[in-house]
Design a protein around this ligand. Structure first.
Ligand code: MG
Length: 280
């Protein structure tokens, strides 16, 4: 199943894709739907439907709390970062978690507006995002994937100069529109093995990142198990699982997003998250 949040006649509604149509789900938000016990979800499906081209898709899920993120979860990205900053590579023995403010969430196809007065170094990071489907704490890595509702594309847009200046990553990662997500959540069952998906990022059609989720340092079950240690994960929580090599600041010379750029994150079995950049 592919789950969406769509706008129809000025109202945001949850739904799911059925061929080229969007069928409605009778819930206030997709977050409410995800929080239902799995056996109670199908009774909210409605036959009422719209042509996909007649609606616009919004961010499929909008958690009430920060988006969980993982830093340096692909070896080649950790290496390029160390090289670009002139530091020795020290790989962590546990995942590096940080968060982005929920106000940073942006829609698929949305033009992302940023200010040149706030940052001169807007950078891209293609990531597989996990959407949690159950309330879990201290889940073992053997059972961690049972807590997953589905997967979607994520672009962890980062203001590199702010990330450096503030040391703590929160500010440079949390600007408005710096968390485009979507275009839909593909159910865990439809994805199958999420640890073997190709992911890529293109700027104006030119490929900048291309890797596989098989190359993560900490696997999806390890990330979920570690994050849930002593800390409750809730339905609708989003975990962005890290980016592979090819980000802008580590390139020679460094490259950053420019006004008018089109950025695409493509993940196998999910689709393409596309956004235009506006820098004013
Ligand atoms: Mg990232």
């Amino acid at each position: 199943m592919r789950y969406v949040t769509f706008e129809h006649q000025g109202r945001l509604r949850p739904g799911y894709l059925d061929g080229d149509r969007v069928r409605a789900i009778d819930c206030g938000t997709l977050l409410e739907y995800i929080a239902l016990p799995p056996e109670r979800r199908a009774e909210r499906h409605r036959s009422e439907s719209y042509t996909l081209t007649d609606v616009s898709l919004a961010a499929p899920v909008h958690p009430n709390k920060n988006i969980f993120c993982v830093g340096r979860n692909y070896l080649d990205h950790a290496l390029e970062g160390a090289r670009a900053t002139g530091r020795d590579l020290k790989l962590p023995y546990v995942p590096t978690f940080f968060t982005k403010a929920p106000t940073a969430i942006a829609n698929p196809e949305q033009t992302l507006e940023f200010s040149s007065r706030v940052s001169r170094e807007y950078d891209w990071e293609a990531e597989l995002a996990v959407v949690i489907g159950a309330r879990v704490k201290d889940v073992s890595k053997e059972h961690a994937l049972e807590a997953v509702f589905g997967y979607t594309c994520f672009n962890d847009i980062t203001a590199r100069d702010l990330q450096r200046a503030h040391v703590q990553w929160f500010k440079g990662k949390s600007l408005d529109s710096a968390a485009p997500i979507g275009p839909w959540i593909v159910s865990a069952g439809e994805i199958g093995d999420a640890q073997n998906l190709s992911l890529a990022l293109r700027v104006n059609g030119a490929e900048k990142q291309h890797s596989s989720t098989a190359r993560m340092i900490f696997s999806l079950p390890v990330l979920i198990a570690e994050l849930s240690k002593g800390m409750t994960l809730e339905p609708g929580d989003v975990i962005a699982t890290g980016t592979p090599e090819g980000v802008g600041f580590a390139r020679t010379p460094p490259e950053f997003l420019k006004d008018g750029d089109e950025v695409e994150v493509e993940i196998e079995k999910i689709g393409i998250l596309r956004n235009r950049i506006r820098i004013i």
